[in-house]
Design a protein around this ligand. Sequence first.
Ligand SMILES: Nc1nc2c(ncn2[C@@H]2O[C@H](COP(=O)(O)OP(=O)(O)OP(=O)(O)O)[C@@H](O)[C@H]2O)c(=O)[nH]1
Ligand SMILES: [Mg+2]
Length: 339
Amino acid sequence: MELADRVLAGDVRAVARLMRDLDDDIPGSREELARLHARTGHARVVGVTGNPGSGKSTLTNELIRAHRAAGRTVGVVAVDPSSPFSGGAILGDRIRMMEHATDEGVFIRSLATRGALGGLSRSTSDVVAVLDAMGKDVIIVETVGVGQDEVDIIRLADTVVVVCVPGLGDEVQAIKAGIMEIADVFVVNKADREGADRTVRELEMMLHLRDQAVARAQAERMAHGHHAAGMDLAPAAASLDWEPPIIKTVAQRGEGVAALLTQVDRHHAHMEATGGLLARRQARARRGLLALLQHELMRAALHAAGGDAGVTAMVGRVLHRQSDPQSEVAAWLGRLLRP
Ligand SMILES: Nc1nc2c(ncn2[C@@H]2O[C@H](COP(=O)(O)OP(=O)(O)OP(=O)(O)O)[C@@H](O)[C@H]2O)c(=O)[nH]1
Ligand SMILES: [Mg+2]
């Protein structure tokens, strides 16, 4: 039986093998993934993001438990960027999620940063696709919310949960930039600590400012009749028809997790009813297509250049003024398009 068929049959060893092959870019693994595509699109993808140590893994562990109690199967992708703050996170995640290791309804996969972060975003979407195809009802993607690359990863999700902790006004400021616009549900975890209510109020205030900014931007777009270009990669603007709820949790004790799950489910139902889910998945498919095209183009281009040695030869010619970059690239494109 082909690997893809074994994945569809729920064979966990085949699943692990395909994920590894995709990661290592083993020839044939992309074709296996392509064969799975028709069987994907059923899982709900939930992103859990927030600063290092905010309790994402502890919360994910509790979410797994709650989903399992509701009879849903769960896949988890824990993305560990090469952040100096989260050293050893993967080991920690393993330990924290150990209780689910023997549960057939749960599959957990950690991804470490290797090479470019753009690659990590592709690996993450590959893993999500495999988990989806093997029939997992819910897929949780845990990633540290710091840079643009992590924002790209979290945009794989249908629902984004942003985890904050009390007592860090600066932290709330820091998440404002990229993550704020993509948050569907806020969690103030470690609510057993002082200042949780103040953090809730700060978030409420920021949401209010955000609403005003979104309304202004929408009015401006209307006034200018602006339409997104076909290759536009910008995220869909936050919508005003969903007010992100703020949930206090003590993940360590499982407190507030039921309320969180209720809000995540409510968001999903809202997205389905309003067409937001389709729009988000459309944007995701577009990004995926373009990212794959870029990847394959670069691979083909490198091949057409004769590999690294060919590129080095071009660099030499440009460096020693025997040629210019424009002519080199024109000739290179010629070899790529008309081999
Ligand atoms: N007091 C308190 N501590 C918590 C709570 N939730 C998690 N922790 C602790 O916070 C620490 C970090 O928790 P993790 O779940 O590993 O946090 P994380 O966000 O996954 O961390 P990274 O993946 O390294 O970014 C651990 O020591 C947890 O036991 C909580 O509700 N209250
Ligand atoms: Mg973690």
